[in-house]
Design a protein. Structure first.
Length: 363
């Protein structure tokens, strides 16, 4: 065991052996302690490496001052275990909020009608098509439309397939039903709904339920017409969604990285946790992701890596590359500075760009 001050110096100088042996060693002790208390294992985002990396990045951002400023009478291992505890508690708060149990609810009456009705053949297909167009700029909502409406999967199954929580799926599903599907179904299939309601509940109750709803017709129609225009526009521009939770087999997630390959935050964390990015590898293809370094200097230092990426994309037309807002987060650049680097990508049918990049390039 070496002196605590030498260990901290090793952390500050990014000594690989000391970081691995002592930083992760102390974190492992802490994790075992708090796992026993809070049952962390097998909970999304509460595994050892996620919490240890979160702690490391926090210390890195503050240039290890929480360790340097500790009371000299306090052993480093004890101090770090206590610091790790705060990371665990913050992560538990987020976990409990996101994974709060969902209350049981009965199936939505509108979808029940659609699935049981022979009023019009292909009704579900038409509704799913309309919903897909309406949510053309929301990739995750399109995934829910596909799996729930087209394929008939449960919300729990959908959550597993697109790698988000059941709570997140449920929240978006409710939004989809309230703001689009129910008004759309009533507008286009209201006669069948009304007739079904009369058979099930009687004329008076059917009138009470459905009479107020035609006021939504014009709003639903306007939304649908606008969505059709937006969809064709999006197809032309190939816009990367603001949030990407899942990829098709031929898609690649393009993110901003650092040369050290510390994929710890933002799109880089998404690339590592979901799409195969490898810690320690800061450039190029890895899994279903592609890293472009943005933290090493000015725009002129990023351009060669973007050029290499565009060459790679041109050589692989079988893949679609979803470029995120690289360099516009912690690296501190603006879309106005970064977007021109991707000028050639606008004309490549397999390169998707963020909307604010396209707005710069189309001015």
């Amino acid at each position: 065991m070496i002196d605590d001050e030498l260990i901290i110096n090793g952390f500050c100088s990014f000594d690989e052996y000391i970081t691995k042996e002592y930083f992760y060693g102390f974190c492992r002790k802490a994790y075992d302690i708090f796992d026993h208390k809070y049952q962390l294992r097998n909970k999304t985002g509460l595994d050892f490496y996620s919490l240890a990396h979160e702690y490391y990045i926090s210390l890195l951002i503050h240039e290890f001052k929480p360790l340097l400023d500790r009371p000299k009478s306090m052993k480093l291992s004890t101090w770090m275990i206590n610091g790790f505890r705060f990371v665990v508690l913050d992560a538990l708060k987020s976990y409990n909020k996101e994974f709060a149990p969902l209350s049981d609810s009965s199936s939505d009456d509108v979808l029940e009608y659609i699935r049981s009705s022979d009023y019009e053949e292909g009704m579900m297909q038409q509704i799913a098509d309309a919903a897909s167009i309406h949510y053309c700029n929301d990739r995750i909502m399109q995934e829910i439309v596909h799996f729930v409406l087209y394929a008939g999967y449960s919300q729990k199954d959908v959550a597993e397939m697109i790698h988000i929580t059941p709570a997140a799926v449920n929240q978006r599903y409710k939004k989809m039903m309230e703001e689009f599907i129910t008004p759309y179904v009533i507008e286009n299939y209201s006669e069948g709904l009304y007739q079904g309601a009369m058979l099930d509940a009687g004329v008076e109750e059917a009138q009470a339920v459905y009479a107020p709803i035609p006021r939504l017709f014009s709003r639903a129609k306007i939304c649908f017409d606008f969505a059709e225009k937006s969809y064709s526009d999006m197809e032309y521009k190939r816009v990367t969604p603001d949030e990407v939770y899942a990829l098709k087999p031929n898609e690649v997630f393009v993110f901003g990285s650092n040369l050290q390959g510390i994929h710890a935050g933002g799109a880089a964390f998404t690339a590592r946790s979901r799409f195969g990015a490898i810690m320690g590898r800061g450039v190029g293809l890895q899994g279903q992701s592609y890293a472009i370094p943005t933290m090493q200097g000015g725009i002129e230092t990023i351009k060669p890596y973007v050029d290499t990426f565009l060459e790679y994309a041109a050589e692989h037309p079988e893949k679609d590359f979803l470029v995120t807002r690289i360099g516009c987060g912690i690296a501190g650049f603006t879309p106005k500075e970064i977007a021109p680097l991707f000028k050639e990508g606008v004309h490549m049918c397999n390169v998707w760009l963020p909307l604010d990049f396209l707005e710069v390039l189309h001015k």
